[in-house]
Write a protein that binds this ligand. Structure first.
Ligand code: S3P
Length: 732
C-alpha cells in the first residue's frame, strides 16, 4: 500500500493499516523530508519512498492523502507507475473535484478508482498527530461510480472496516452537498468568527475573557488553513448555497432581535435545541449516523422472577401525538402534561417545529405549544422525518394534504415498508395530490394548494389512523367529511377534537366533521399508555407470587381489549379509582398472578387490543389449553409482521405455534427455553420477549431493541425495578 502525503489522515491510516496488519508493506511518501523521516521513526510506515514513482511502483493500493488542490499534480505523477488493477483512492473532503481531476489526468474514472472520505479528523495536523484509532467508530464514505469493480470496492471497504470504521456509500454529488452543510460551513463560520473578534481587538485581549462557549464553538478554527482553503475552492457551489442559506437565516435572527420579536427567537432556539439534543444522541460514539435504527441494543434476560411494585408507565402514544397536532393547529397556548417522550411522539413534535410552531419542552412530560391556528403552518425546509411512526405519517398526510405548501414525509426502514395507499386513496378522492413510492409505500410527496371537498368513506380496514387522517383533512375540506368504520377503533381524535371545541358528529360507527371551524387551545393530561401497561399486566399475571399496581392508566373503551382478553383467560386484574380526566377515562389497575387458560379470542376484541397481541401471545404460551386468534391480518403490516416475527421468535425458544393468514394458534403449557430472538427492530416484539423470560427456563437474548425507545423510554429500568431480570447492552 502506498500512502502519498503523511499528514494527520494519511499518517493515521498508514499506522492503522500497520497496527491491524491489513497490508504486507506500507510505503509512504511526502514532499516534506522531515515528515517522511519521522514516518519511519514513529512506526507510521514500513518504508519511506523518495518519490511518488517509487511509492506507487508495485503497490496494489494507492491512497492520496494530500491537500485537495494538489490532487491533479499528484495524479499526473502517479499515472505512469500505477500497476494495472491497482486500486486508487483518496481521503479528501470533496469528491466531485477528485473525480474531475481523475478524468482530466486519466481520461476516465476506471473501475478501480474509488473516491473516499473518512469522517474523522481533529484540528491537529501533521504526522506527529497520527493516531491508529482515529477511524474507530467513525464513518467512512466511499463514492464509487456505477462501473466500479466490485472486488476492488469490497477490498477497500474491508480495509477501512479493519481500521474500525463503518463504511457508507453514496453518490459524489450527495456527498458534497451533505459535507458542505455539516462540515465545511461550520469550519468557515468558526474561521470567520475568530478572525472578526481578533480583528476587533488588536491585542486580542478579549480572548482572555473567553469562556467555554467560545472555546467549544471555535475549536475548529485552529484547523489547517491550506487544507481548508482547498476544500472551499473545490466544493465552491455547494458551499455557496450553504452560506446563502445561513446568511439569510442569520439575518432573520438579527431582525428578530432588533424588533424584540420573542416568538421568532424562542421558536428558532427551541427548534435548534431539540435538533441538537436529537443529534447528540445519534452522535454518541459515532461521527456520522443517519438514524436511530443503526444503534444496536440487545436485551439479555435471565429466567424467572416475580413482578411486584407500584408503577406508572409513560404517557399514551396515540394521545401524545394528537396533543401536539391539535395544540399546534389551535388558536392559543395548549399545555400538555404526561406527554410521552418517546421517539415517535418526539418526531411529531419536531415536525411541527420544522413547520414553524413554537413548542417549549418536553420537560418531564410537560409541553407548552404556541398554536398557530389551522392555517398558520409554515412550509418545512425539507422532508419531514417521522422515524418509526406509522401514526405520525398517516395523520400528517391528512393535514398536510390541505396545506398551501408542498411537503414530503419520510421514515426509517420499517416505516418505509408500510402501506400508505390506505390514506392516500381516500385523500385523493377528497381532491388531494399525493405521490407515493411503489406499492403505496413512503415517502409521501404531498402537493399543496389543493381544494379539498368532504367525502363519505367506508373504511375497508378498521384503522384509527385512517379515520383520524380523514377527519383531520376534513377540518379543511368543504362540506362534511364522514368516515364509517367496520369495527370500533380508538377514538382519541374524536374526543380530543371535542376537547378543542370542534364539533364531531358521532353516530354508531360513523364520525363526521364539517370543514371551516377553529380549534381553541386547551389543557391536556395524558394518561399512562395501556399498550405499555399491557407488558406488565401479562408479566404480573404469568410470574408466580406477583402483585403490581399500575397508576393512571388510560381506560378508553376502544383500548381495553387487552384487559378484556386477559380476564377471559382468567387473569386477576382489579380496576380501581375509575375517573375521567380531560375527556379520557383513567383508572389504577391491580394485577396478581393467576393460572391463565387458552381461549378463542373474539374477533370484536381485535381492534381494541391491536397493539397488545405480541405480549398476549406470551400469555397464551403460559396458559393451559389452546388460544386461537383470527381476523388479525392487520398485525402483518405493523412495525413488523407481528404474527410471523412472534412465531419465529417463539420457535427459537422451542415453542411451536401454527401461523394462519389472519392469526395464530398457540398450544399453551409449552416450555419456553433459552435462545436468541430477533425483534426485527419492533419495540413491542422486543418487550414481549423480555416478559417471556419470567416463564422461561433458560437465558434469552433479544436483538435489535433500540426502537423500544419509540414508545417506552425507560422500559429497562422499570422492568428491572418490578422484578424482570433484564440487562440492556448498547443502549444509552
Ligand atoms: C394508532 C392506531 C393503531 C395502532 C397504532 C396507533 C393511532 O393503528 O396500531 O399503534 O394512534 O391511531 P391502526 O389504526 O392502523 O390499526
Amino acid at each position: 500500500m502506498a500512502v502519498i502525503g503523511l499528514g494527520l489522515i494519511g499518517g493515521s491510516l498508514a499506522k492503522a493499516v500497520r497496527v491491524n496488519r491489513l497490508a504486507a508493506t506500507v510505503v509512504g511518501t511526502d514532499t516534506r523530508e522531515e515528515e517522511l523521516a519521522l514516518g519511519v521513526e514513529l512506526g507510521v510506515i514500513d518504508e519511506a519512498a523518495a518519490s511518488i514513482a517509487d511509492a506507487v511502483t508495485g503497490s496494489d493500493l494507492v491512497v492520496l492523502a494530500v491537500p485537495v488542490r494538489a490532487t491533479r499534480d499528484v495524479l499526473n505523477a502517479v499515472k505512469p507507475y500505477l500497476s494495472a488493477g491497482a486500486v486508487l483512492t483518496d481521503v479528501g473532503s470533496t469528491k466531485s473535484s477528485f473525480v474531475e481531476d481523475v478524468k482530466a489526468v486519466f481520461g476516465e474514472v476506471s473501475p478501480t478508482v474509488i473516491p473516499g472520505h473518512p469522517i474523522a479528523g481533529s484540528e491537529k495536523s501533521g504526522i506527529r498527530a497520527a493516531n491508529p484509532d482515529l477511524f474507530a467508530n467513525h464513518k467512512v464514505i466511499l463514492t464509487p461510480a456505477e462501473n466500479v469493480d466490485s472486488s476492488a470496492l469490497m477490498r477497500l471497504r474491508a480495509l477501512w472496516e479493519g481500521c474500525g470504521a463503518t463504511v457508507l456509500t453514496m453518490s459524489v454529488a450527495y456527498h458534497d452537498e451533505v459535507l458542505a452543510a455539516t462540515s465545511h460551513l461550520p469550519h468557515l463560520i468558526a474561521f470567520s468568527l475568530v478572525d472578526t473578534l481578533a480583528g476587533e481587538d488588536e491585542n486580542m485581549d478579549i480572548f482572555r475573557y473567553a469562556a467555554g462557549g467560545f472555546r467549544d464553538f471555535t475549536r475548529i478554527a485552529a484547523s489547517d488553513p491550506v487544507m481548508w482553503h482547498d476544500i472551499f475552492l473545490s466544493n465552491r457551489d455547494a458551499v455557496l448555497r450553504g452560506i446563502d442559506h445561513f446568511t439569510h437565516d442569520l439575518d432573520q435572527l438579527r431582525t428578530a432581535i432588533a424588533n424584540q420579536d420573542s416568538a421568532t427567537l424562542l421558536r428558532v432556539f427551541s427548534r435548534a435545541k431539540a435538533a441538537r439534543e436529537h443529534f447528540s444522541r445519534m452522535l454518541s460514539g459515532q461521527a456520522y449516523v443517519t438514524n436511530n435504527s443503526q444503534k444496536q441494543v440487545t436485551f439479555r434476560l435471565q429466567p424467572g422472577g416475580s413482578v411486584t411494585g407500584d408503577i406508572r408507565v409513560p404517557g399514551d402514544k396515540s394521545i401524545s401525538h394528537r396533543s401536539i397536532m391539535l395544540g399546534a393547529l389551535a388558536e392559543g397556548i395548549t399545555e400538555v402534561k404526561g406527554f410521552l417522550e418517546g421517539e415517535d411522539s418526539l418526531a411529531t413534535l419536531q415536525a411541527f417545529r420544522d413547520m414553524g410552531v413554537t413548542i417549549e419542552g418536553p420537560d418531564d412530560g410537560f409541553v407548552r405549544i404556541h398554536g398557530v391556528g389551522l392555517n398558520g403552518l409554515q412550509p418545512p425546509r425539507g422532508p419531514l422525518y417521522l422515524g418509526n411512526s406509522g401514526t405520525a405519517m398517516r395523520l400528517f398526510s391528512g393535514l398536510l394534504a390541505a396545506q398551501t405548501f408542498d411537503s414530503e414525509l419520510t421514515g426509517d426502514s420499517s416505516l418505509s415498508k408500510r402501506p400508505m395507499g390506505r390514506v392516500a386513496d381516500p385523500l385523493r378522492a377528497m381532491g388531494a395530490v399525493i405521490d407515493t413510492a411503489e406499492g403505496g409505500r413512503p415517502p409521501l410527496k404531498i402537493r399543496g394548494g389543493q381544494h379539498l371537498t368532504g367525502i363519505h368513506y367506508e373504511m375497508p380496514v378498521a384503522s384509527a389512523q385512517v379515520k383520524s387522517c380523514l377527519l383531520l383533512a376534513g377540518l379543511y375540506a368543504e362540506g362534511v367529511t364522514s368516515v364509517t368504520e367496520p369495527a370500533p377503533t380508538r377514538d382519541h381524535t374524536e374526543r380530543m377534537l371535542a376537547g378543542f371545541g370542534y364539533h364531531v358528529h358521532r353516530d354508531n360507527g360513523t364520525a363526521s366533521v364539517s370543514g371551516g371551524g377553529t380549534l381553541t387551545a386547551t389543557a391536556i393530561d395524558v394518561p399512562a399508555d395501556i399498550s405499555s401497561a399491557a407488558f406488565f399486566l401479562v408479566a404480573a399475571s404469568i410470574a408466580p407470587n406477583s402483585e403490581l399496581v399500575l397508576r393512571h392508566v388510560g381506560m378508553n373503551p376502544t383500548r381495553v381489549g387487552v384487559i378484556n382478553i386477559l380476564r377471559m383467560m382468567g387473569a386477576d386484574i382489579e380496576v380501581l379509582a375509575e375517573r375521567e380526566i380531560g375527556g379520557e377515562p383513567v383508572a389504577d389497575l391491580k394485577v396478581r398472578s393467576a393460572q391463565l387458560k387458552g381461549i378463542d379470542i373474539p374477533e370484536a376484541e381485535v381492534p381494541l387490543a391491536i397493539d397488545e397481541f405480541p405480549v398476549l401471545f406470551i400469555a397464551a404460551v403460559c396458559a393451559r389449553g389452546k388460544t386461537v386468534l383470527r381476523g388479525a391480518e392487520e398485525l402483518r403490516v405493523k412495525e413488523s409482521d407481528r404474527i410471523q416475527v412472534m412465531a419465529d421468535g417463539l420457535a427459537e425458544l422451542g415453542v411451536e405455534t401454527t401461523v394462519t393468514p389472519d392469526g395464530i394458534v398457540i398450544e399453551g403449557g409449552q416450555t419456553i427455553g433459552g435462545g436468541k430472538v430477533d425483534s426485527h427492530g419492533d419495540h413491542r416484539i422486543a418487550m414481549s420477549f423480555a416478559v417471556a423470560s419470567l416463564c422461561a427456563v433458560g437465558d434469552i437474548e433479544v436483538t435489535d431493541c433500540a426502537n423500544v425507545a419509540t414508545s417506552f423510554p425507560g422500559f429497562v429500568d422499570l422492568a428491572l425495578q418490578t422484578g424482570i431480570r433484564i440487562a440492556a447492552e448498547g443502549g444509552e
